[in-house]
Write a protein that binds this ligand. Structure first.
Ligand code: 3PG
Ligand code: CO
Length: 553
């Protein structure tokens, strides 16, 4: 008989405030000049480390430990926060799409049938991130989908690309575009009218998240739907090469462009009767475009034209909003998350981050579900992120503001759990600017200190961990671990996440005597944290959760 009621923990008390701090992009690596966390002054984290092995340890944050296809897949915030919040390992979007493509089931589903209805008279548009990063999308999946769509009757295909440079090396966009162009050329030989129609850098075009800046989505809309952009080229390879040749150009921020024919006319605006697929499997940076494509009533920017299309997402991106209503692959069914259990057991929760990571400790934490489980017991606070400037310009971001909100929530004694995400290691790490990342790491550490001090004052407990690596290694390495240099002798800066484990530390005056990390879970990962936190609230975790990291001796 199912019940939301959790049994009392036999040894651990209730009523302690538990602060859960997620340092975004904060992995563990050897001391090294490219390890920004090591180079930064981080006294708070250094003191937590001294608690090893009883109160500090490492846990896995990448690959199969978080539901990704293989252990060569670096961790990311979506799968990381899903695992942290849900306490179990779900096969994630990347893997579900792989399986659906390999079995061919993707072409039998409702979503594909829906877009296929437009193949006879309309164009199939595919919009998404063009890289093999495996965080939001994968090039090989796009290649299979393009080929499969043609085999299933698509006669006219237009791909709207977003260049990466964030989950992969900057400059790799050119190679990915060449690969895709090659595939499309082969399709053209077979009589399919297939072209790249528009593009732009992911951070400047389309892939904003959590409604930080709708202008980003608008720039994409203008290029993809209206066929209008400040730059026009005859081919996407030319576009990416020329735009990258501009001073300070960077794949993440390439300006929007459209591909035009010999008369200067855009080759692929989206019009009535077309089909559209957003081929990213990850939700956060596709939800805004999904709203623009799907919602009849929409006031975030002037769409100018709202084409009547059949639109499907690679996955359904938001289970609560049921957005989009059509999708090619069913998302992981993440249910009975720790947040939902805890509200059913009377735990009052406060969650906070700044805009660019706000959904991580709410939406992702709760299993890709927007909104509250019980608004009477939960309060989610979003601190507006700076918009329009790269994060290396203001690397401290809102870390202190987040920590102060958490501090106030802790000191108010109105909450049992106070949960934050501190974004610096990740957001600044993604810029590849090491000096700025070091400043960002120091700011995150100062924020941790503010929260630990508040925990101290109320006799609470802290859990400090991270969602995946980033700032601890800022250089691409060869197999032996040596930094790689490019043809011109420059060090290859790593803007992406890593395969590294992350730290977890527990402590605080409210931690019952004798609580320590178990010694028998060497392989533990992020999914083991939920049961741990539930224990620290004085409950036993649901029996199907990954085991708790702690024991009482
Ligand atoms: C992004 O979306 O910013 C990156 O692709 C992944 O970063 P995140 O997983 O830390 O959000
Ligand atoms: Co990141």
């Amino acid at each position: 008989e199912f019940t939301w009621k959790l049994p009392d923990h036999p040894r651990l008390p209730k009523g302690r405030t538990v602060a859960v701090v997620v340092l975004d992009g904060w992995g563990e690596a050897e001391p090294d000049p490219y390890n920004c966390i090591h180079v930064a002054d981080t006294p708070a984290l250094d003191s937590l480390r001294k608690g090893a092995p009883d109160k500090w340890r490492l846990i896995k944050a990448h690959g199969t430990a978080v539901g990704l296809p293989t252990d060569d897949d670096m961790g990311n915030s979506e799968v990381g926060h899903n695992a942290l919040g849900a306490g179990r390992i779900y096969a994630q979007g990347a893997k579900l799409v792989d399986l659906a493509l390999a079995s061919g089931k993707i072409y039998e589903g409702e979503g594909f049938k829906y877009i296929k209805e437009c193949f006879e008279n309309g164009t199939l548009h595919l919009i998404g991130l063009l890289s093999d990063g495996g965080v939001h999308s994968r090039l090989d999946q796009l290649q299979l989908l393009v080929k499969g769509a043609a085999e299933h009757g698509a006669k006219r295909i237009r791909v709207h690309i977003l260049t990466d440079g964030r989950d992969v090396l900057d400059g790799s966009s050119v190679g990915f575009v060449e690969t895709l162009e090659n595939d499309l050329a082969k399709l053209r030989e077979k009589g399919v009218d297939a072209h790249i129609a528009s593009g732009g850098g992911r951070m400047y075009v389309t892939m904003d998240r959590y409604e930080n800046d709708w202008n980003v989505v608008k720039r994409g809309w203008d290029a993809q739907v209206l066929g209008e952009a400040p730059y026009k080229f005859r081919s996407a390879v030319e576009a990416v090469k020329k735009l990258r040749a501009e001073p300070n150009a960077n794949d993440q921020y390439l300006p929007p462009f459209v591909i035009v024919d010999e008369n200067g006319k855009a080759v692929g605006p989206i019009v009535d009767g077309d089909a559209v697929v957003t081929f990213n499997f990850r939700a956060d940076r596709m939800v805004m475009l999904a709203k623009a494509l799907e919602y009849e009533n929409f006031d975030k920017f002037d769409r100018v034209r709202f084409p009547k299309v059949h639109y499907a997402g690679m996955l359904q991106y938001d289970g609560e909003l049921k957005l989009p209503s059509h999708y090619l692959v069913s998302p992981p069914e993440i249910e009975r998350t720790s947040g939902e259990y805890l509200v059913h057991n009377g735990i009052r929760t406060f969650a906070c981050s700044e805009t660019v990571k706000f959904g991580h400790v709410t939406f992702f934490w709760n299993g890709n579900r927007s909104g509250y489980f019980n608004p009477e017991l939960e309060e989610y606070v979003e601190i507006p992120s700076d918009t329009g400037i790269p994060f290396n310009v203001r690397p401290k971001m809102k870390a202190v503001e987040i920590a102060e909100k958490a501090r106030d929530a802790i000191l108010s004694r109105k909450f049992d759990q106070v949960r934050v995400n501190l974004p610096n290691g990740d957001m600044v790490g993604h810029t590849g600017d090491m000096e700025a990342t070091i400043i960002g790491c120091k700011a995150a550490d100062e924020a941790v200190k503010i929260i630990l001090d508040a925990v101290e004052q109320v006799g609470g407990i802290y859990v400090v961990t991270a969602d995946h690596g980033n700032a601890e290694d800022m250089v691409k390495r060869d197999k032996s671990g040596q930094p790689l240099v490019d043809k011109s002798g420059n060090i290859q800066i790593l803007t992406s996440h890593t395969l590294r484990p992350v730290p977890i530390a527990i402590g605080g005056p409210g931690l019952a005597p004798g609580v320590r990390f178990r010694r028998d879970l060497a392989e533990a990962g992020l999914a083991n944290v939920a049961a741990t936190v539930i224990n620290l609230h004085g409950f036993e975790a649901p029996s199907d959760y990954e085991p708790t990291l702690i024991e009482v001796v």
